[in-house]
Design a protein around this ligand. Sequence first.
Ligand code: CTP
Length: 495
Amino acid sequence: MGLEGKTVVFGVTGSIAVYKAADLASQLTQAGAKVEVIMTEAATEFITPLTFRNITGRPVVTKMFELNSEFSVEHVALAEAADVVVIAPATANTIARLAAGIADDMLCCTVLATKAPIVIAPAMHAAMYENQITQDNLAKLQARGFTIVGPAYGRLASGGTGLGRLVDVGEILGTICQVLGRSGDLVGKKIVVTAGGTQEPVDPVRCLTNRSSGKMGYALAEAARDRGAQVVLVSAPSALPKPVCVDVVNVGTAQEMYEAVKKAVDKADALIMAAAVADYRTKKVAESKIKRQQVASLTLELERTPDILGEVKGKFLRIGFAAESENMVANAKEKLQRKQLDLIVANDITAKGSGIGADTNQVVIIDRKGKVEELPLLPKRQVADRILDRVVELLDKASKRFEIILKPSYINSHFIHIPVAERGLFPEFKRSLTLLTDIGEIETTAGLCKSGTHRALELRKGLGKWYEAHPELKSGDGVIFEVVEPLKKYRLRKA
Ligand code: CTP
């Protein structure tokens, strides 16, 4: 998943925060997205289209009827091309026009015509933001499925402080990735990731720790988010920025991490322990600072910390890491066996580019059957995706799923008929159930349909919007149902 190859239609409106929009356009472009900028007339008063043109390498649309624009004839062309539409900064005026369905410029037309998800990052004076009219408009957009990110609290252009600043570019970027991830292969899954090096106190100022940066765990958390998972990141201290749209639980010691992981794994599908957990802690923590003048030589008595991966109970997949300096594969296989893991990711910390704190990693992934997959030296984010590919494979094997071939009657009347053989996987007639889809959750009901002499089960309620979001679906195409929570939650996606 991620931004590579995605078309991001990027709306820029007239706010002093447009200078940050240039940075966002640059980061989106660097991440591999095709960025199509649409500026409102007011935005062009603050910054010229040339800036965005140079950053994105794409023409910038400013007028509805521009004769030299490749998009002017077909004013919905961008709406159709978009994988996601982002408006940052979004002024109170643009938000109001969108909420009212007004289509008097290219940006509003595009938003009105698109089926892609829409992310709005408001920026305005605090009083305008707090005004009930703006609040109602935002609530209306949110109810229609728009994702609103921000605004942030801080210094405003007017000189005062308040809620109205455009949120950090990183937060908008993370939100876009999460929104794009709604059609990812981890939708409906809960993944718990640990990261960083735990700190075991010696006295109020000193601690025993290790050199882990947290980069591998953070990359895993973001990659899982971008593939649609609900992610809990249990993080030991790390200097990295908090990932956006990830539930972060900060911990200090191995014991705190143990307690946090025990809570987080409730209903989890996988636990990935990328943290470097201290194996020992001091048996007694000094209450006040140990004074150099008073203690000539110091011996610390250490005791073992809990083995989190080995002790946390549950039905989820367990993925461990083994940072080794010798006999890498043999040691990793022994750990996989001892901790009863599904996968272990081993790396030689003495290898070039693979050490603790590096941005790259060269790992081998070993499974329960002893199969060893050797990966080349890769950026940690790519390593994360390769690990998650294996997690998806294992989850797929464990889940109940089946395919339904669409008939013209289903598509035209917006329903899906459940084959008799799969009836047992669904609740009784009239019971409600949730479908996790690429356009969000759909609440539906297991309904009764009299087909000839037999009573068949079909899902109808709420499915119209899913079919409408997929006009490409035709008779003979397959859709996959996967049971996420028996009799309650299912994942629905195109085959
Ligand atoms: N781990 C854990 N709890 C601990 C120590 C480690 O859950 N107290 C996890 C790590 O996060 C990692 C895996 O277990 O995913 C292996 O960690 P490692 O330190 O390599 O293994 P140890 O069990 O500590 O074995 P050794 O010290 O002999 O290498």
